[in-house]
Design a protein around this ligand. Structure first.
Ligand code: HEM
Length: 248
């Protein structure tokens, strides 16, 4: 008889692999992220240099925080399987792109909205107190960059009439020869992480939050740009004279 046996489902993947669950859990917010004004500009091939520069600044803040958190926890059992700094790290690529667009003094010109600070703050926090949730953030950014990001890079190049690779290092992953095969490897590594049911639920929630952080960053960036004259592709009565970046 069934004395003291665990519930039959306890160790089974009754609810599927993490990689499938996380995709399903974030499907809706993925659509919302794609439909933000900033991502729409991208997809229409209408991204401006100003939009792209402020996006790079925010991505820099986000990836520095993410990669510091991953580095600090590289041997944590829930991080080690998905730790691929050689293949995925974006910090250096972003530094090169920022130098290209903003010049050698780029560090003093990086400006990010409040939403970006909140996102980076969350990354630092879970790096310290809940490293098992980092997979949600790494998934959201890196698998996104390896998916839609590849098309976006080409659109950005065309829209901004960039020659060669200058300014586009962010989109290029020299350590990944096949994005699709790498994504498969990454998913299988995600699926190898041992998580309690509670932790798994938290990871799924954190992934939804990660998408929402991104949406808030995109929305904040657009708001920031809507009060500058420089962004005025179509200055339909929205032009104001607040300079960007503001004088210091
Ligand atoms: C996957 C497009 C924005 C995160 C994908 C895929 C496409 C795509 C075509 C591949 C789907 C598949 O292989 O089944 C786009 C477009 C975007 C966009 C056109 C905006 C213009 C974003 C943003 C994020 C994101 C802003 C998060 C910050 C992801 C993730 C995946 C993904 C995590 C992997 C899904 C999985 O296989 O589990 N995207 N995306 N995407 N995207 Fe996006």
């Amino acid at each position: 008889t069934k004395v003291e046996s665990k519930p039959q489902t306890a160790n089974h993947t009754v609810v599927g692999d993490l990689s499938e669950q996380i995709k399903a859990a974030t499907q809706e917010t993925h659509v919302r992220a794609e439909n933000t004004d900033l991502m729409t500009s991208f997809q229409k091939g209408q991204i401006t240099r100003t939009q792209y520069k402020v996006l790079l600044c925010s991505l820099y803040e986000i990836y520095t925080a993410l990669e510091e958190a991953l580095d600090r926890n590289s041997s944590h059992p829930a991080v080690a399987p998905i730790y691929f700094p050689q293949e995925l790290d974006r910090t250096e690529a972003l530094e090169r792109d920022l130098e290209f667009f903003l010049g050698s003094q780029w560090r003093s010109k990086v400006i990010v909205p409040a939403a970006t600070h909140r996102y980076a703050q969350r990354l630092r926090e879970i790096g310290k107190v809940k490293p098992e949730l980092l997979v949600a953030h790494a998934y959201t950014r890196y698998l996104g960059d390896l998916s839609g990001g590849q098309v976006l890079g080409k659109l950005a190049q065309k829209a901004m009439e960039l020659e060669g690779k200058d300014g586009l290092a962010f989109f290029s992953f020299p350590g990944v020869s096949s994005a699709n095969r790498f994504k498969q490897l990454y998913r299988s590594r995600m699926n190898s992480i041992e998580l309690s049911e509670e932790q798994r639920r938290e990871v799924l929630q954190e992934a939804v939050d990660a998408f929402n952080f991104n949406i808030q960053v995109f929305d904040d960036l657009q708001k920031m740009l809507s009060v500058t004259s420089e962004s005025a592709e179509k200055p339909k009565g929205t032009s104001r004279s607040t300079p960007f970046p503001p004088p210091s």
